[in-house]
Design a protein around this ligand. Sequence first.
Ligand code: PLP
Length: 391
Amino acid sequence: MRRIYMDANATTPLLPEVLEAMRPWLLESFGNASSIHQHGQQARAAVEHARENVARLINCRESEIVFTSGGTESDNMALFGLVKPGDHVITSSIEHHAVLHAAERLQERGVVVTFLPVSSEGRVDPDDVRRALRPNTTLISVMMANNETGVIQPVKEIGQIAQDADIWFHTDAVQAAGKLPIDVKAIGCDLLSISGHKMHAPQGTGVLYVRRGTRIEPLFYGGAHERQRRAGTENVAGIVGLGKAAEIADDALRDGTMDGTAGSQVAALRDRLEQGILARVEDCAVNGAGVPRVPNTTNLRFDNLEGEALVIALDLKGLAVSGGSACMSGATEPSHVLTAMGLVSTSARASLRFSLTKLNSEKEVDAALELVPAAVRRLRELAPVNAGTLG
Ligand SMILES: Cc1ncc(COP(=O)(O)O)c(C=O)c1O
């Protein structure tokens, strides 16, 4: 069975070009980028070349790029690195747990946190941000695009609010990088998180953009790496991979194969999949329809069905997608994102996320259009779920 992967928001495969760029740094070129001999200098040059590529992707200075171990570290560094007890932080209820759980930990340390609600379409209202400001607000953290729905948040408006109030603005752009053009100056953010493995670079690589002049406390203490912002010997091969992936993404964004406009390669595939499923499956709707979304994601609600059962049924048929619930402490909890959008527990559990990359083909989408309706029909016949009763 040829398997079809439609779970790119969980992780993406390495591109062959990325692996090729990394290969020498895993084999013969093994230098420590801090060493002064030739081995070290070559590694340093490779890291700095990657930094240039990442800086170009988000339109910042190279010195503003801090390489990290991924999105989670970048988010944690942004929150823990700036805020102190007594401060007030504004974030949203649909952030990734890397932000939400960090914010909850800050609360335990005496920081006051406002978790903003979202509309039924999954968008933060900038007016809510403005209304939440207090004299002691020091940081706003709102993501650029949501990982479950793909809904794009009004980060430019929020950036302006932060600038007017003279407070820091962090945006988690993990699900936006490589999918949307990003310009940190246009957004007006002070910090921005990226994860390598969501854009065809290896797992365990990431970036925190730190605007010049932002005094951030490091999470780790040790050597003077990354301009004293992130101690630890650089993951040269991983960073090289991330730099290559950034270069490829930047080219694709410029030539239109990966931008959010209708007709672009990935958006066309996603739309074919989404419209095809809506046309073939009864009692099915898009979560986050009607607002701008990243081009690769659709989150679909299949009423009268247990989403986890559908994920498993599709996996058995060779199609990998993910569900609207997460396993937390051994129990399946409905997604906090979908419940924040007002979905009752049964509807959140009945939702599935399909997330594509440019590596998916029309043929795969058409295969999914056969598999999904058939699996939904079978599951609804087997075990009808009474939607809306669990609340
Ligand atoms: C929006 C968002 N932020 C942060 C992360 C965490 O990134 P990483 O897996 O690199 O730690 C993810 C991963 O799913 C994400 O989707």
